[in-house]
Design a binder for this molecule. Sequence first.
Ligand code: NAP
Length: 252
Amino acid sequence: MNETKKIDERRTIVLTGASRGIGHATVKRFSAAGWRVITCSRYPFSDKCPWPMGPEDHIQVDLSDPENLGYAVQEMRKRLEPHGSKLHALVNNAGISPKDDNKGRLDSITTPMHVWRHVFQVNFFAPIMLGRGLFNELKNAGGSIVNVTSIAGSRVHPFAGTAYATSKAALASLTREMAADFGPHGIRVNAIAPGEIDTAILSPGTEKMIDDIPLRRLGRPDEVADTIHFLCTSPSSYVTGAEIHINGGQHV
Ligand SMILES: NC(=O)c1ccc[n+]([C@@H]2O[C@H](COP(=O)([O-])OP(=O)(O)OC[C@H]3O[C@@H](n4cnc5c(N)ncnc54)[C@H](OP(=O)(O)O)[C@@H]3O)[C@@H](O)[C@H]2O)c1
């Protein structure tokens, strides 16, 4: 008897920084909407993860290591092959914001150069390596890229350091450049710039900033995930090269 193998017709997203915070909320949002979510983080898949995907949809990768990232991109492409080599969304969410030994802000005078390079590799070079490495798969699906920038990319922030802020400003600029380059191939490229979202990346004292936020509260990771989902689906089909503020009005 001829058995037809069932093809997985779900839309697929590759998401970095999936293990915590905004990334974790994004896994849940896309998963609930029926997407296949290929998660990436530095550690193996945990049995405690609540969503229905298993280790087969998890890729262990250290974005600070370009060689390791190169192998991970090959692995992603291999895993997309049985699904027509189609990728519907790439979300560059992983990011780091190092502090000094006393958990203080690293400014442009004190940041050691190796820290600067490390931050740029994770926050800026990894997104371009992933976007280029998965270009054909994104093109095959008419896919969408979302880069996660930050309010710190456009103004000096009391806690976020200089290397972090400049890497996010560079990522915002890269989003514009990629939108121009990838657009003719049917790939949209947008950014979201969160303000103060309630995750582990926040510094102690952030709650004092609430008085200056028009909506008078921190944001929730699921609110960010909803906007990422919007940018990866048809309601935003004519939106590219945009950077959406998700900050309760903090930028005003
Ligand atoms: N929360 C905010 O208020 C806020 C504001 C503005 C912008 N953002 C941006 O939003 C994004 C998510 O932030 P978050 O608050 O959710 O951060 P988070 O809770 O600190 O999570 C960071 C994620 O990045 C991953 N990651 C860190 N270094 C990595 C590396 N070398 N290789 C691979 N993965 C790595 C971590 O995974 P593992 O540790 O498991 O590897 C983790 O999943 C970041 O880009 C951040 O800059 C956040």
